[in-house]
Ligand binder design. Structure first.
Ligand code: BTN
Length: 269
């Protein structure tokens, strides 16, 4: 990375894309500041944009996390992107999509020499138990017929200390886990290069084709966990996921199948 501030540059990102991903990119909308790249992508969908739009920002003023949390998004430190895609078979065909996206993210990070990144069901990106990134998928459309999806990804690259004070969970960033932090343009190109070709393949094959790769990166496989779902709490041993991307929880010898939504997972200490 050159010295000084590492700004995102459209031409550099595009030049890092391969022939597998470039034809799938309709538009790279790179902005300095937005409220949320997911919100921006949803506005563009409402205005009629089709699949292949990627919204990227240097800063988000209202970055969205899961379960109503904020996503701390300071200027030019991290990566914030949202990819618009369309699935012909409706929201019911999206089971496991966020897990498959997690696999694409870990593959992209590995390409940039960011190793040992793990996945926590349903969509956290971890390094040694600390949160390195997250995925927030928002869907427009019905359970059947075509639906449009916004796949939001945030990766902590170089989190300034001043912004870090706002984070209310155990976190890390790439600069803390690698000797040489890759440039954000290179990282973003690798992410899009892994993610865009994955999306049409996912529509054809479903999560089953990603299950083995997700399992290799499963942060909590075989660990005692507590799963919270609304007011409910269930303890057991995490036994990976099924072909639909649902969590398998061994609760006293009986394996329960837990789907996404508001379920969260914590190490049972
Ligand atoms: C999580 O809580 O783990 C999900 C975080 C997702 C953050 C990303 S940053 C880009 C996109 N825009 C948003 O407002 N949120 C997602």
């Amino acid at each position: 990375m050159p010295s000084g501030i590492d700004l995102l540059v459209t031409e550099e990102i595009l030049s890092g894309l391969s022939g597998n991903s470039r034809p799938l990119l309709r538009e790279l909308d790179l902005q300095s500041v937005v409220d949320s790249t997911n919100a921006e992508a949803l506005r563009r969908i409402a205005a009629g944009v089709g699949p292949g739009l990627v919204c990227v920002a240097e800063q988000q003023t209202a970055g969205r996390g899961r379960r109503g949390r904020d996503w701390v998004s300071p200027f030019a430190g991290n990566l914030y992107l949202s990819v618009v895609w369309e699935f012909a078979r409706g929201a019911t065909a999206l089971d496991g999509l966020s897990l498959a996206v997690g696999v694409a993210v870990t593959d992209a990070l590995a390409r940039c020499a960011v190793a040992d990144v793990k996945l926590k069901w349903p969509n956290d990106i971890l390094h040694q138990g600390a949160k390195l990134g997250g995925i927030l998928i928002e869907v427009v459309g019905g359970t059947t017929g075509s639906c449009q999806v916004v796949i939001g990804i945030g990766i902590n690259v170089n989190m300034p200390d001043s912004a870090a004070e706002e984070i209310d969970q155990n976190w890390t960033d790439i600069s803390r886990i690698t000797r040489t932090t890759p440039g954000r343009n290179e990282l973003l190109a690798a992410l899009l290069d892994e993610l865009l070709p994955m999306l049409p393949a996912f529509e054809q094959e479903g999560f089953a084709a990603w299950r083995a790769r997700w399992s290799e990166r499963d942060a909590y496989a075989g660990c005692p966990v507590v799963v919270h779902s609304g007011p409910q709490r269930m303890a057991g041993i995490a036994r990976g996921v099924n072909d639909a991307g649902a969590l398998l929880l061994d609760a006293g010898g009986e394996v329960q199948t837990l789907h996404g939504g508001e379920v969260s997972l914590r190490l049972d200490t």
